[in-house]
Design a protein around this ligand. Structure first.
Ligand code: HEC
Length: 367
């Protein structure tokens, strides 16, 4: 075991090292059974992984007040995640700052509860591309675990989704969830316990991709109006890490691209369709804004978006053409012949967009 670890450490490239240091949530093994009790979780909490979530503005709700509220709240939100497992289950503890405790009401349709969700691809591993981070896509569905604060507790739900608005509930919901608001800290701690293996997916692997979403009920957030993370990765204890998968996931994390060159390229080559950073001349709605790409997209997703836009098509009116067989072709031209240095530069610049300048703990918004 020690020998394998040493070999593994030796083999890690700069991109892999950086990926492991910033994107990975180490899952800690604990004696079971795991119970969804946020107040008890403190007793054996492993160290937290901190991340930023960006408001989802690509797909808008038909609710002007809610969309304006999302724009007002705007800024990225910090989330701390801890994970542990026993023989059967995975437990996730999510903590985030929220000024007000909001609980959904079944009587008043205009009251929205604070909520959190975890997203897991049904299929993953070397050679399998990650689903679109906003609830999956046609070719790559995700399992969603939602927990929402309601009048008398927490509503936990398991769904399978293949794109915005496409979710279906799974037959037997196996999720155990509980949320607890700490009024003194003005923050939520939510705990979710899910089986490692369900008929839809199997988490027994060294590296398991995972995404996160948060809703703030006070800002009328629900559905697509939420804050979203990029794909992160759970590292499971006692499970072999597939080197090939690590290399794939870590693509671009060395950040070797020339950021200034990337900005120049994007402003001139892509700026007619996309708004990005201070380049705002593209008409609204012609293409998704790239302003939060540094928070919600992985480098390999950015690479694929540029080289092969039709591999994953972002849902949006007029952004793709649907063929008779249902496949979608993006209206964005593929830049497949882009020189490697230009691609690296574009990815490096996009990775800076939306990332808060201050990331120290003291300035953060999580407890
Ligand atoms: C002709 C207009 C057009 C041009 C030029 C264009 N794009 Fe796009 N782009 C789109 C559209 C439309 C979409 C959404 C459909 C899709 O997913 O391909 C998109 C999607 C994207 C996405 C995914 C965004 C998301 O929200 O996930 C990225 C990243 C991107 N483009 C980057 C670029 C870069 C970098 C360039 C320049 C090298 C570029 N685009 C040039 C129209 C364009």
């Amino acid at each position: 075991m020690i020998a394998t670890l040493a070999l593994f450490a030796l083999a890690a490239s700069p991109a892999e090292e950086r990926f492991l240091a910033t994107e990975v949530i180490d899952v800690v093994r604990v004696p079971g059974p795991l119970v969804a009790k946020p107040e008890a979780a403190g007793l054996y909490l492993p160290p937290a992984t901190r991340m930023w979530l960006a408001p989802q503005r690509t797909v808008r709700l038909p609710d002007r007040d809610a969309n304006e509220a999302l724009d007002v709240l705007g800024a990225p939100r910090a989330l701390e995640v801890r994970a542990f497992r026993d023989d059967n289950d995975l437990a996730l503890v999510l903590e985030w700052r929220d000024e007000t405790e909001d609980r959904g009401s079944s009587a008043e349709t205009d009251r929205f509860g604070d909520a959190a969700a975890v997203e897991l691809p049904l299929a993953f591993g070397p050679g399998v591309r990650l689903p679109y981070v906003g609830m999956g896509d046609d070719g790559a569905p995700v399992a969603l675990y939602l927990q929402r604060a309601v009048e008398h507790g927490t509503l936990g739900r398991e769904l399978v989704a293949a794109g915005f608005g496409s979710s279906t509930r799974t037959a037997a919901s196996s999720v155990r969830a509980a949320m607890r608001y700490d009024a003194a800290k003005r923050s939520w701690r939510a705990m979710l316990v899910i089986p490692l293996v369900t008929p839809e997916r199997d988490l027994r692997a060294g590296l398991v991709p995972i995404g996160f979403a948060l809703w703030d009920g006070a800002h009328r957030e629900r559905g697509g109006n939420k804050a979203l993370s990029s794909w992160k990765v759970l590292r499971m204890p006692g499970q072999r890490v597939d080197d090939r998968y690590l290399t794939e996931l870590a693509w671009g994390f060395d950040g070797k691209g020339d950021v200034l060159r990337g900005k120049q390229l994007i402003d001139t080559v892509c700026g007619a369709c996309h708004r990005a950073g201070d380049k705002r001349s593209a008409p609204v709605g012609l293409a998704p804004p790239l302003d939060d790409m540094g928070l919600v997209a992985t480098p390999s997703y950015l690479r694929d978006s540029v080289m092969a836009p039709s591999a994953v098509v972002v849902p949006g009116k007029g952004w793709s053409v649907r063929a008779a067989d249902g496949t979608r072709t993006s209206v964005m031209p593929p830049f497949a012949a882009l020189p490697a240095a230009d691609l690296d530069a574009i990815v490096a610049y996009l990775r800076t967009l939306g990332v808060p300048a201050v990331t120290s703990k003291a300035e953060g918004t999580t407890p």
